[in-house]
Ligand binder design. Structure first.
Ligand code: UD1
Ligand code: MG
Length: 469
């Protein structure tokens, strides 16, 4: 039987942040999301998360996104050993294996954790730790073994002698314990180290036999203690996401310039142009072409949609829609089949029927447009009267002349024509032509009136003439 515990109570002082370290954003999720995700395929019997610093925030975030996590409070935070001591009570009756992970190791692959757990079961050890051999082991605890490759001690970087510091075998912060064995030694931990904390690593030194498994890919064990390491992990996760989708049939013209979120799904033959970013939860249908320089967030795009140089947030785009360049689709924008939304058009909380065209310089907010409506350049739905928002409805086949203002609430029937430059304040029935602007006045043979004689004007010679009294 396997339980998993993630240590996430620390403050993360080295991040210099107002937010708990494990909630730092990372590749479309947070640090702790990636750690939880890495253990999920092991199907653990129990999942425990030790929280402490800003415990409520961490708990709130995690319980919204992950199922069946038990929260254990560590207050105050006196080190990783103290963190695991908090599990003594909730795991009082547990007799299986406990996989412990630091909450700041987001790059672990599930296959590596599986190998660690298998190795632990095969070896019958009291504990098996994950290690890596690093050229630059600075900051990590160093692992010391005897000639039978049994772990004898882990010494923290800051507690090492110069000689010990040269050892490149490091502790990844991932441990598979036989729980009853470690539970027996946890009360014996002492805070006799540079930080005055209770170290989980000291518990490893007290267990026998303690074995280790060295990770094949050392990047997987990277711990995040500062912003530099966070940025490095972002790069690794982004690279993995892109590789996953390249392998699944998505083209990236300049992969390194694009970023993805774990909840973005692509169909086949999608082309992603440079500088394009996907955030949150998206589905991108077959044959879409996205970018360059586009942001798509929490949106669904059906097949064959094109979006260029645009921002699309919480929107739904049906098959064959063409968006941009320089369009802004805001929450609640719904485009039915083959819509065209062009440059400098903003759409918010509006449904555009099939084949609607809004090509230039418009704002459509809280509006419903029937099939085939043509929105002239510069059309604005004036949806806000200073206190509340109001709807605009435009029936199918209607045509709105350029530079019109539709003052909501207002309803236009089917096949209505609005003359260019109109300010529409009243409903228009089906088939009507609405003209709401001043009539043009033309004065024939008009001449500019002569300029009135002004005192103190400058003479041709450039001298000031005296005004007569
Ligand atoms: C730890 C290990 C080190 C290892 C490294 C790997 C110890 C003593 N050292 O060092 O050997 O090489 O990880 O990345 O374990 N936490 C708590 N409660 C606390 C303190 C920390 O839950 O009181 C949590 C933190 O939230 C964090 C994790 O434990 O997720 C590790 O703590 P951190 O301070 O980052 O330890 P490191 O110095 O990185
Ligand atoms: Mg750390």
């Amino acid at each position: 039987m396997l339980a998993v515990a993630i240590l996430a109570a620390g403050k993360g002082t080295r991040m210099r942040s107002a937010h708990p370290k494990v909630l730092q954003p990372l590749a479309g999720a947070t640090l702790v999301d990636w750690v939880l995700q890495s253990c999920e395929p092991l199907n653990p019997h129990r999942r425990l998360l030790v929280v402490g610093h800003q415990a409520e925030r961490v708990q709130q975030h995690v319980q919204h996104r992950h199922q069946q996590v038990e929260f254990v409070l560590q207050q105050p935070q006196r080190g990783t050993g103290h963190s695991v001591q908090q599990l003594l009570q909730p795991l009082a009756d547990f007799t299986g294996a406990l996989l412990v992970l630091n909450g700041d190791v987001p790059l672990l692959r599930n296959a590596t954790l599986r190998r660690l757990v298998d190795h632990h079961h095969r070896s019958g050890s009291a504990v098996t730790i994950l290690t890596a051999r690093l050229e630059d082991p600075r900051g990590y605890g160093r692992v010391f073994c005897d000639d039978r490759q049994r772990v004898t001690a882990i010494v923290e970087d800051r507690d090492c002698t110069d000689e010990q510091r040269r050892n490149g075998l490091i502790n990844a912060g991932v441990y598979c314990f036989h729980w009853p064995s470690v539970a027996a030694v946890l009360p014996r931990l002492k805070a006799d180290n540079q930080q005055g904390e209770l170290y989980l690593t000291d518990a490893v030194g007290l267990l026998n036999p303690a074995t280790q498994l060295t990770a094949e890919d050392a990047t997987e064990i990277s711990g995040v203690n500062d912003r530099g390491q966070l940025a490095a992990c972002e790069q690794v996760l982004q690279q993995r996401l892109r590789q996953q989708w390249l392998a699944a049939g998505v083209s990236f013209l300049d992969p390194a310039s694009c970023s993805l979120s774990p909840d973005t799904r692509f169909g086949r033959d999608v082309v992603v142009e440079p500088q394009t970013h996907f955030r949150g939860s998206n589905s991108i249908g077959d044959g879409c072409r996205i970018g360059p320089s586009t942001l798509i967030e929490d949106s669904q795009l059906e097949a064959e949609v094109e979006v260029t140089f645009s921002v699309v947030r919480q929107a739904r785009l049906a098959r064959g829609s063409i968006v941009g360049p320089f369009a802004h689709l805001r929450p609640g924008a719904v485009l039915e089949e083959r819509c065209k939304v062009g440059n400098f058009v903003e759409v918010k909380n509006s449904r555009l029927g099939a084949d609607v065209k809004a090509g230039h310089l418009s704002y459509l907010g809280d509006a419903r447009l029937g099939r085939g409506v043509n929105v002239g350049a510069g059309t604005i739905t004036a949806n806000f009267d200073g206190t509340g928002k109001h709807p605009t409805t435009i029936g199918e086949g209607s045509s709105i002349g350029a530079n019109s203002v539709l003052v909501a609430p207002v309803t236009l029937g089917r096949d209505v024509t609005v003359a260019a430059g109109s300010t529409i304040t009243k409903d228009v029935a089906d088939d009507g032509l609405a003209i709401a602007r001043c009539r043009q006045v033309e004065k024939k043979d008009w001449r500019k009136p002569a300029a009135p004689h002004r005192s103190g004007s400058v003479s041709e010679a450039g001298e000031k003439t005296k005004s007569s009294p």
